[in-house]
Design a protein around this ligand. Structure first.
Ligand SMILES: Nc1ncnc2c1ncn2[C@@H]1O[C@H](COP(=O)(O)OP(=O)(O)OP(=O)(O)O)[C@@H](O)[C@H]1O
Length: 306
C-alpha cells in the first residue's frame, strides 16, 4: 500500500488551474520532494495531503483510505507554521497538545524540542524567533502527533547551514523509522540531500516523477565553465573541437573563464587537446548542476508552452 496515491487530481481556484490531472505515488518511509517554479501547484498539492482542501477532480488516497486522512495520521504545515507569537516555544506546543485533547505534561514536548534543536530557547517568546527557528518549531509541532505522513512546505526556508543539517538529520531518522515525508523545496541541493524521489510540477502538471538519478540522466548537453591560465588559446582550441559549442557572450565569462556547451565525449576531447597544447585546466565544472539543468529544461519547456 502506498502512503499517498493520487490519480488525475485537479484543483481550480476560479479560472486558475492550480493542479491539472496530477498523479502521485509515495511509498511508506520515503522522503519525496515536490519541486517546481513559483505557482506550479506545490502548496496546493500539499494542502490536499493535509486535508486543508479537497480536490475538484480525481482520486486521492492517503494511508490507504480516501482523503482527508484520519486525524493523527497526517501532520505538517503549508505557508509557514501557525504559531502564537506571544507564547514561548514550549507554551505553543502545550497549547497545541491541549487543542488535540492531550495532557501537555505527557505530550513529549521536551523530546520534540530537543529533536529540532530548540531546547535552549524553549522558554523564549516566538515573537523574537527567526524564520528558521519558527520553521523548526513548526516541525516540532508536527512531530508531537507522531504522524505516519509528514507534510512540509519549504522546511529549509530560513535555516542556516547548521539548522538545515539538524532538520535533515531529523527527517532521515523519521524516514528510517517508517514515517513518510512529502516536502516542497526550491533548492536542488536540499532535494539531493534528502529525497529518494522527486515530482516536478510546472503549471499544475507533473513533468517528471521518479528517482533523482533518473532526473539527472535526462539532461543531455550541459554548459561547462572552463578556467585555464591562457583563455585566448583555450578559446581557439575549443572553437576547433568537434561537437562543442562555444558560449562566448561577454556576460557569461569573466577573467580566465569561458563557457562551452558539449556532450561528455566532446568535453573529453577538449581536455586532451588542451593538455597536448600544454594548457593547464584549472577548473572544468557544470555551470549549473546536472539536476538543476534537467529541472530547468523540463520546466522551461512547460512555461514556454503555456
Ligand atoms: N486560495 C487561492 N486562491 C486563488 N488562487 C490560488 C489560491 N491558492 C493558490 N492559487 C493559485 O494556484 C496556483 C498554484 O499555487 P501554489 O501556491 O500551489 O503554487 P506553488 O508551487 O506552491 O508556488 P510557490 O513556489 O510560489 O509557493 C497559482 O497560480 C496560485 O496563484
Amino acid at each position: 500500500m502506498q502512503t499517498v496515491r493520487a490519480r488525475g487530481i485537479s484543483k481550480y481556484f476560479g479560472d486558475v488551474v492550480a493542479l491539472d490531472g496530477v498523479d502521485l505515488d509515495v511509498a511508506p518511509g520515503q522522503i519525496h520532494g515536490l519541486v517546481g517554479p513559483n505557482g506550479a501547484g506545490k502548496t496546493t498539492l500539499l494542502g490536499l495531503l493535509l486535508g486543508l482542501a479537497a480536490a475538484d477532480e480525481g482520486t486521492l488516497e492517503i494511508l490507504g483510505a480516501p482523503a482527508p486522512a484520519a486525524p493523527g495520521g497526517v501532520a505538517g504545515f503549508v505557508d509557514g507554521p501557525g504559531l502564537y507569537p506571544s507564547l514561548t516555544a514550549r507554551q505553543n506546543l502545550a497549547a497545541l497538545a491541549r487543542l488535540r485533547g492531550r495532557d501537555a505534561r505527557t505530550a513529549g514536548i521536551d523530546d520534540v524540542l530537543g529533536q529540532v534543536g530548540l531546547t535552549d530557547v524553549a522558554d523564549d517568546r516566538v515573537r523574537g524567533f527567526s524564520l528558521g527557528m519558527r520553521q523548526r518549531l513548526g516541525l516540532a509541532a508536527a512531530l508531537l502527533t507522531a504522524p505516519r505522513l509528514l507534510v512540509l512546505d519549504e522546511p529549509s526556508n530560513g535555516l542556516d547551514p547548521a539548522g538545515k543539517k539538524h532538520v535533515h538529520t531529523v527527517l532521515h531518522r523519521l524516514a528510517d523509522e517508517g514515517t513518510t515525508v512529502v516536502l516542497s523545496s526550491h533548492r536542488m541541493d536540499d532535494l539531493e540531500a534528502l529525497c529518494a524521489e522527486v515530482t516536478i510540477l510546472a503549471t499544475g502538471r507533473v513533468v517528471f516523477s521518479g528517482p533523482l538519478g533518473k532526473l539527472a540522466a535526462e539532461s543531455r548537453e550541459l554548459e561547462y565553465r572552463l578556467r585555464t591560465p591562457d583563455p585566448d588559446a583555450a578559446r581557439g582550441i575549443a572553437a576547433g573541437t568537434p561537437g562543442l559549442h562555444l558560449c562566448d557572450d561577454a556576460a557569461r565569462h569573466a577573467g580566465d573563464a569561458l563557457v562551452v556547451r558539449a556532450p561528455v565525449p566532446a568535453l573529453d576531447d577538449l581536455v586532451a587537446r588542451l593538455v597536448r597544447a600544454g594548457i593547464a585546466v584549472r577548473e572544468l565544472a557544470p555551470v549549473v548542476s546536472p539536476l538543476e539543468a534537467a529541472f530547468l529544461a523540463l520546466t522551461e519547456h512547460q512555461e514556454s508552452s503555456r
